[in-house]
Design a protein around this ligand. Structure first.
Ligand code: HEC
Length: 123
């Protein structure tokens, strides 16, 4: 519970920032995915794809999720596996793949969070 309270304190200023900026799947999210995710989350060669079945080469594939189910809960970045992964909230092995070294910049992490919070639209 302590941990959850900490997260909401971090998110409050962020949520007010969201109200002013619309994130677009086509112009904001897809380019990040193409740069930083697709090489591992494509069929058949990507190791993220072979480990989880998660393909990210289209909006539809992203929303379909992995063999474990959807990774995006529209409107709720706290519960979306996608955001957990890139924010390093998903455990050590996954964090190493998704939130270290050449992973994402803070702005890219924010873009994913805002996109999900704004309904994960195909816009
Ligand atoms: C270097 C390869 C690699 C890159 C780059 C990569 N991934 Fe992954 N991804 C993996 C692997 C491998 C797994 C499976 C890890 C596991 O389950 O322990 C995975 C799992 C995931 C999962 C969890 C799926 C599930 O249902 O458990 C999500 C979400 C995810 N990746 C999102 C992303 C996003 C978003 C990006 C780009 C920012 C990205 N990945 C970039 C290799 C990669």
């Amino acid at each position: 519970m302590k941990y959850l309270k900490g997260i909401s304190l971090i998110l409050i200023p962020f949520v007010s920032f969201c109200a002013f900026q619309q994130v677009s799947y086509q112009s904001d999210i897809a380019p990040i995915i193409n740069n930083k995710c697709i090489k591992c989350h494509t069929s058949p060669s990507g190791n993220g794809y072979s480990a989880t079945g998660l393909m990210m080469d289209s909006y539809e594939a992203l929303m379909q999720g992995s063999v474990y189910g959807p990774i995006v809960v529209a409107g709720d970045s706290q519960r979306s596996i996608l955001n957990m992964q890139v924010e390093g909230r998903a455990g050590d092995v996954r964090r190493n793949l998704h939130n270290s070294g050449n992973a994402l910049t803070n702005d890219e992490i924010k873009a994913f969070r805002m996109w999900v919070e704004q309904g994960a639209l195909n816009n």
